[in-house]
Design a protein around this ligand. Structure first.
Ligand SMILES: [Fe+2]
Length: 346
């Protein structure tokens, strides 16, 4: 078996392949590692046949949809998954054949209603059902401590004791464990009484994961994260450095338009000499009037450099082939004490 474990902070994802046929799968891929997974699969000569999410993640951004598009492989999830982009939905006990490798899905609700564990040969990928020295939490949407009790004690812990466990998370740098080790030492599994387990899970009092709302929104809908939206916009435009723009302004270079897309008050409080003002919210409405020459070189500026990136990408889409954005923003410009002009619109 070809096997790679890839950690993104505490999130664990896995590349798994059949060494005979070089067919493979990705399990729980995370957004920041997209290029890494594609590179690893290429290095191993693997063709990815399935991209699998063990459940709807609430704490990080799943890369399944992006990778599925990139690798032309279906997204696989449990049939109860709310994700509209899941192309292939598994039921309990069903098997995926990947070359000569077989991956069996076990429905193990509790952490979420759509949680799966995946068995491949001598190992099980437990998602957030069973962690090393812990279990998934049950206080997030669709979590259910009673269901987790059944999934753990009646399904996962009944697997062969020497089965290697690869969890969906580990924050302490550990990579794997075994069923026997968890039965023996996992503090959450020591009291096998259902009521005691449920009470324990209900009183963990955990902080909400960072990005909870955004992770649920994007993982449940297939929509983009804000970072993705910005990165997509950044990939279709060029940037101009702050030093370069300052030098051009000082030299009175007339070969470009500085377009300030902040709101009126911010613009009037201090802008780059000669900057034109066109707020982002009115860009599409006023563009034909304010920027009649689509061949003009435009340098878009905003407060932090994010909105200007989106605005420059929109201008490119509208045909302004020389629209660029400032690599930085007016905040950095002010922090550097570089010259500003105040007053009304120019
Ligand atoms: Fe999770």
């Amino acid at each position: 078996m070809i096997f790679e474990q890839i950690a993104t902070g505490g999130c664990q994802s896995y590349l798994l392949g059949c060494s005979d046929t070089h067919s493979g799968v990705l399990i729980d891929p995370a957004m920041p590692q997209i290029d890494h997974y594609v590179g690893l699969a290429a290095r191993e000569g693997l063709r990815i046949r399935y991209v699998i999410d063990t459940h709807t993640h609430a704490d990080h951004f799943s890369a399944s949809r992006e990778l599925a598009k990139l690798l032309k492989a279906p997204v696989v999830m449990h049939r109860l998954s709310p994700a509209p982009y899941a192309d292939f939905r598994l039921a309990d006990g069903e098997i995926l054949r990947v070359g000569n490798m077989r991956l069996q899905a076990l429905h193990t609700p509790g952490h979420t209603r759509d949680s799966l564990c995946l068995i491949a040969e001598d190992r099980v990928f437990t998602g957030d059902t069973l962690l090393i020295g812990g279990t998934g939490r049950t206080d997030l949407p669709t979590g259910d401590p009673e269901a987790l009790y059944d999934s753990l004690f009646n399904i996962v812990l009944k697997l062969a004791p020497d089965t290697t466990v690869y969890p969906g998370h580990d924050y302490k740098g550990r990579s794997h464990t075994t069923i026997a080790a968890e039965i023996e030492t996992n503090p959450r599994l020591q009291n096998r009484d259902r009521g005691a387990f449920v009470a324990m899970m209900q009183h963990l009092d955990l902080a909400a994961p960072t990005h909870l709302t955004e992770a649920l929104r994007t993982n449940m809908s297939g929509g983009k994260t804000v970072a993705q939206l910005l990165s997509d916009a950044a990939s279709v435009i060029a940037f101009v450095s702050m030093q370069d723009l300052k030098a051009r302004v000082e030299n009175g270079d007339p070969g470009f338009v500085v377009l300030d897309v902040r709101e009126k008050d911010a613009y009037e409080a201090g802008h780059i000499a000669g900057a034109r003002h066109l707020p982002r919210g009115q860009l599409e409405l006023r563009v034909n009037h304010d920027l009649p020459d689509p061949t003009r070189r435009i340098i878009v500026v905003c407060e932090f450099g994010y909105i200007s990136t989106l605005a420059a990408a929109t201008l490119r889409e509208l045909g302004f082939a020389q629209a660029t954005a400032l690599d930085g923003g007016m905040k950095a410009w002010r922090d550097a004490s570089w010259p500003l002009t105040t007053g009304p619109l120019s």
